[in-house]
Design a protein around this ligand. Structure first.
Ligand SMILES: [Zn+2]
Length: 327
């Protein structure tokens, strides 16, 4: 793990503790002015240690303190405050914002590490968010031959259906949404659609990881073979993310290691009922040739498969720009 991620997470937890303590201090000062009687009670209770030192019986002091506490709570309520107004209010009740609970890292610290790591991962991808509004159906015209069924279909109608599906998918996203396989040739809008889903799902507050299969598998490979211990466990993050989007399956440098990582990701996430979106330039037939049967059987059996079609939009846009120069 990258040391700075752990350090940043720890700093965040510590700043929560400092904040809780400063807020508690502020409340005591406020109450001292508003309810002087309570200030006196608090002062008396603060003398406990010195009373013990002076030989008073502990049981007696404890009894008196309990009574004083009950009375203090009543006083708060009488003055319109919640009865626990002067208690310490930590963000995490388990570790009291120390990051450690029962001798181990607390779940709040682990959560903070995971979310900082996801941020770091996505920052490295230079995630460029897109929106469905920018997806223009204008470029999808004419009849196109479908790669899977071999039949001729109306390109516009097919793409409109795909776009509508993706919009609904993103809007109604849940932690157990189905997994998708988007396939089609270069430039037909796979990345635009998957990034638009990412944008919408992030907006709803879910934890999303997006990157190309090549980058993700090489990151995992580095961490796997690197002897130095690393703070970021990319494989674990990808297995746990609420939505994982893996772009460009089939363009990675394929080895038995990358294949087993891809299988592990697909299989484990399906077993945990977590959604994954995979995009690829390969047709299902080509995927079958290139990948293990196990990977294909999981993809075909459970993923919702969408074929994207049309001409390469980047080329069409370039042609448009050229012809407008001669107008
Ligand atoms: Zn905690």
């Amino acid at each position: 793990m990258n040391q700075s991620v752990f350090q940043k997470a720890m700093n965040e937890i510590h700043s929560r503790r400092l904040h809780a303590s400063a807020e508690n201090e502020r409340r005591f000062q406020e109450i001292n002015t508003v309810i002087p009687e309570l200030a006196e009670i608090n002062f008396q209770m603060a003398q406990t240690a010195s009373r013990i030192l002076h030989g008073e019986k502990i049981d007696k002091i404890r009894q008196q303190n309990l009574q004083a506490q009950r009375y203090a709570r009543q006083l708060l309520v009488t003055h319109g405050y919640p009865e626990d107004y002067l208690d310490m209010h930590y963000t995490c009740p388990y570790c009291q914002d120390t990051g450690y609970f029962q001798g181990r890292y607390c779940t709040c610290l682990e959560k903070e590490i995971a979310s900082l790591s996801v941020e770091t991962l996505n920052r490295n991808t230079q995630l460029q968010l897109r929106s469905f509004d920018q997806f223009s159906l204008e470029y999808y015209r004419g009849l196109t031959k479908s790669n899977t069924k071999g039949e001729t279909v109306d390109c516009y109608a097919k793409m409109k259906k795909t776009l509508d599906y993706c919009i609904q998918y993103a809007r109604n996203f849940t932690a157990h949404a189905p997994s998708l396989l988007l396939y089609g040739e270069v430039g037909v809008g796979k990345t635009h659609l998957s990034l638009s889903i990412v944008t919408e799902v992030l907006r709803q507050g879910y934890e999303v990881i997006y990157d190309s299969v090549g980058n993700l598998t090489s990151q995992i490979e580095q961490e796997h073979f690197n002897r130095e211990k690393s703070d970021i466990n990319t494989l674990k993050l990808l297995l746990d993310a609420e939505l994982l989007v893996m772009d460009d399956l089939g363009t990675e440098f394929q080895t038995s290691f990358t294949d087993s990582v891809i299988y592990n990701l697909i299989n484990t996430r399906l077993n945990r009922n977590l959604p994954t979106i995979i995009s690829t330039n390969l047709t299902p037939g080509k995927l079958e040739e290139q990948y293990d049967e196990r990977i294909m059987s999981r993809l075909c059996a459970v993923y919702q498969v969408w074929e994207l079609m049309g001409e390469d939009i980047r080329m069409l846009k370039m042609k448009e720009r050229r012809s407008s120069q001669y107008l």
